[in-house]
Write a protein that binds this ligand. Structure first.
Ligand SMILES: NC(=O)c1ccc[n+]([C@@H]2O[C@H](COP(=O)([O-])OP(=O)(O)OC[C@H]3O[C@@H](n4cnc5c(N)ncnc54)[C@H](OP(=O)(O)O)[C@@H]3O)[C@@H](O)[C@H]2O)c1
Length: 301
């Protein structure tokens, strides 16, 4: 298949590219900074995307968006986080809607859609939560309306905390944990729904190959854990102590509003739809996933 990916040079995009190429698909990257003749340039801020370059595309993965954790949230960063997603999705969806090839459009979204929901299990039928990220995710998903109205298959993958060594939340946590300065954040009772990077990429390929899947699809492992369990497991895998809890106020002092929505919010998400479709997870449990990502095999019995 000819597959195009926005954000294809990002953390998730690189893992997805690799799996698609290994499976024999032709991949084109849609990027603001083309690196080769094969790359397709675009600029969502200026509504620029050359439609003729997409003529033979059968599937579009849309992953691009301003990184949500690259700096403290203020009015300007929040506007960039929201606008890059909403404008980018409007541009890609209205463009593919005009293509005769009627490609499938598989978009990134995030479990931030559900907001802070305590211990409740959240499958795809759960409604949106409250807060900045929940609002962004709702608007981001709605922005694909032009493609849906044109009758295309549109999927919104509500992605959990991606576990990878190359970037994302885990990479940021490693230094304090390696120094023995890690610990639970806040009460530690908040649920974190996670997914290992190569599992996420495999799930995306599965979604591409299963035309019966459309609408929201939770992209998380089946066993979310509390932050307490997450930090204890990470410390065990790294063979370091995790004695130093970070109180909620300290997280807020360090990260501002972002702390409440990214670290202290509890979101216990179930991958109900992808399970029912028959996807076989590579990593269902946290410890083997962390051991794989961090290259730390389990000690021999
Ligand atoms: N990583 C996670 O834990 C996680 C969790 C939930 C959801 N997600 C979502 O999954 C998607 C991919 O995540 P990722 O971690 O791979 O992201 P990433 O590494 O930050 O990469 C995203 C790509 O988006 C493009 N981009 C960045 N800022 C942009 C802007 N202002 N306007 C337009 N494009 C911009 C860049 O591509 P170019 O420079 O090539 O244009 C970048 O490579 C994102 O939408 C993210 O919100 C990720």
């Amino acid at each position: 298949m000819h597959v195009a990916i926005t954000g294809g040079y990002g953390l998730v995009g690189r893992a997805l590219q690799q799996q698609l190429r290994q499976a024999g698909h032709t991949v084109s990257i849609i990027t603001r900074h083309p690196r080769s003749e094969q790359d397709i340039p675009w600029n969502p801020e200026e509504s620029f995307l050359p439609i003729e370059r997409l003529a033979s595309v059968e599937v579009v993965f849309h992953l691009a968006g301003e990184n949500i954790a690259s700096g403290r949230w203020n009015a300007a960063t929040q506007a960039r986080i929201r606008d890059s997603r909403v404008r980018g999705t409007q541009l890609i969806s209205s463009t593919v809607a005009q293509l005769g090839s009627a490609p499938a459009l598989i978009c990134a979204s995030a479990i931030g859609y559900y907001g802070d929901r305590g211990d409740a299990w959240l499958d795809e039928a759960a409604g949106p939560g409250e807060g900045f990220l929940a609002d962004v995710c709702r608007q981001w998903e709605q922005a694909a309306e032009p493609a849906r109205l044109a009758g295309l298959r549109v999927v919104h993958m509500r992605i959990g905390v991606v576990l990878a060594i190359e970037g994302g939340a885990l990479a940021k946590m490693l230094l304090p944990f390696r120094l023995g300065l890690g610990g639970r954040i806040g009460s530690g009772r908040q649920y974190w729904s996670w997914i290992e990077l190569s599992d996420l990429a495999a799930m995306m390929v599965f979604v591409m190959e299963h035309a019966e899947l459309s609408g929201p699809v939770n992209a998380v492992a089946p066993q979310p854990v509390t932050n307490q369990e997450f930090t204890r497991t990470l410390a065990r895998v790294l063979r370091r102590p995790a004695f130093l809890p970070m109180p909620a106020w300290a997280a807020r002092l360090a990260l501002g509003k972002m702390a409440d929505e990214l670290l202290l919010a509890s979101t216990r998400v179930s991958p109900a739809k992808i399970r029912a479709a028959g996807y076989a997870f590579r990593f269902e449990q946290l410890e083997p996933a962390l051991r794989h990502v961090l290259g730390r095999p389990a000690p021999a019995e």
